[in-house]
Design a protein around this ligand. Structure first.
Ligand code: DOR
Ligand code: ZN
Ligand code: ZN
Length: 428
């Protein structure tokens, strides 16, 4: 796409607040932001966005796209379509596919698939195994390294100290290691006693990996923190100087064990939904949370209602509406949302030109109607799994349009992008 576009009349969310401002886009980038820009750009195509609020396109650092091997529940096209429908313009995809993304060949394969099928921008993690530390460290086109120190969906598991140390010492110090932190021995111990992954499993693993990171002097990212105790451990490690970041998933903020009664296996996820007091603790300590990431983990309804339901639930299309609703009721500000879903993820992962509405950045924009109340339903979702644990919930705030590098890719429920319009992110 060439030429200039002027989005006028909208309200722009910045790090400090919300301002009524125009925006001038040239090709893929934001050229200018300011009051009354129309005089500066007589040639620009003018688009009225009055009544809409503009967020920097959301960046979800934790997404399971299921391709290869699980295309019957999601593939790169349906998953990235669901992302756009949820206002997410960049996804970082997890390696627990079938086969898992653990070596040069599987990474090359998935990058090639995304190049022709993705409709939003993307990066792929390399998965750690017991014996791939050297190779993983060399794969600079992976977005980061994912370590499962406890088992979850798929076969990836690095529960042996020698391999954990190998990864933490070999992986480049400036790059991200993201950890699924549930202690495998504790998971097994409690399973034999009929308890699914109680909070002690996460507490043990977070404390273990923080100790390793501190002793081995490297940064770390903790995935899907689900308890106040984990946040307390992270805070204490930061106070001692460790560079540790963390994410919380929307289902741990907006669902609890009370919902599990109603949801049954649809509410089964690793780490599990927690008691109401833990949910309250996450909200109360939200200043320690760097980012919100969906952990979008689609499984079919047949699988979820079968005899051995897999863990995980979809989240791409509901994260922003749920957060807008929380902002509506005063639980957080619009700037908090922009920081935790775009600015901070871009900073932590070093994503070039992403994470802010400012000149020089990509024109990745999520336009929402803050006042539209609507009821989340299974019908009309873009994720191939076709259900959401939030069906029936009425929220205030809806994604209306999405721009990806200057091109309108989603409007009023429809994906306008073509497969392959998504690009791999660049890391600085
Ligand atoms: O519940 C989960 N599902 N937790 C994970 O860590 C993996 C995910 C999946 O891939 O299904
Ligand atoms: Zn996980
Ligand atoms: Zn996950």
């Amino acid at each position: 796409m060439t030429g200039q576009i002027l989005l006028y009349g909208g309200r722009i969310v910045t790090a400090v607040g919300v301002e009524r401002q125009d925006m001038l886009i040239e090709n893929e980038h934001i050229l200018a932001v300011g009051a009354r820009l129309s005089g500066d750009a007589p040639q620009a195509t003018r688009i009225n966005v009055e009544g809409l609020t503009l967020f920097p396109g959301l960046i979800d650092v934790h997404v399971h796209l299921r391709e290869p091997g699980g295309e019957y529940k999601e593939d790169i096209f349906t998953g990235t379509s669901a992302a756009l429908a949820g206002g997410i313009t960049t996804v970082l995809a997890m390696p627990n596919t079938n086969p898992p993304v653990t070596h040069r060949d599987t990474l090359t394969d998935v990058l090639a698939k995304a190049a022709t099928r993705a409709v939003c921008d993307y990066g792929f993690y390399i998965g750690g195994t017991l014996d791939n530390a050297e190779e993983a460290a060399r794969l600079s086109d992976a977005i980061g390294l994912k370590l499962y120190v406890g088992s979850s969906t798929g076969t990836l598991l690095v529960d042996q100290l020698f391999a954990q140390i190998a990864h933490l010492t070999r992986y480049p110090k400036d790059r991200i290691i993201a950890v699924h932190a549930e202690d495998e021995a504790a998971v097994q111990y409690y399973a034999t006693r009929g308890r699914r992954r109680p909070p002690i499993c996460a507490a043990l693993a977070v404390s273990h990996v923080l100790t390793l990171a501190e002793q081995l002097e490297r940064r770390l990212h903790i995935c899907h923190v689900s308890t106040g105790y984990e946040l307390a451990l992270i805070r204490a490690a930061r106070a001692r100087g460790l560079d540790v970041t963390c994410e919380v998933s929307p289902h741990h903020l907006f669902l609890s064990t009370e919902d599990e009664q109603r949801l049954g296996a649809l509410g089964q996820v690793n780490p599990p939904l927690r008691a109401r007091e833990e949910v309250d603790a996450l909200w109360a300590q939200s200043d320690a949370i760097d980012m919100i990431a969906t952990d979008h983990a689609p499984h079919t309804l047949d699988e979820k209602t079968g005899a051995l339901p897999p863990s995980g639930m979809p989240g791409l299309e509901t994260m922003l509406p749920l957060m807008l609703d929380a902002a509506h009721t005063g639980r957080l500000s619009l700037s908090d949302i922009a920081r935790r879903t775009s600015t901070r993820p871009a900073e932590v992962f070093g994503l070039a030109d992403k994470g802010q509405i400012a000149p020089g950045y990509h024109a990745d924009l999520t336009l929402v109607d803050l006042d539209e109340a609507w009821t989340i339903e299974n019908e009309g979702l873009h994720t191939r799994c076709g259900w959401t644990p939030f069906a029936g919930r009425t929220v205030c705030g809806r994604v209306k349009q999405v721009y990806l590098r200057g091109k309108r890719v989603f409007a009023d429920g429809d994906i306008l992008a073509q497969p392959g319009d998504g690009h791999p992110v660049a890391q600085s």
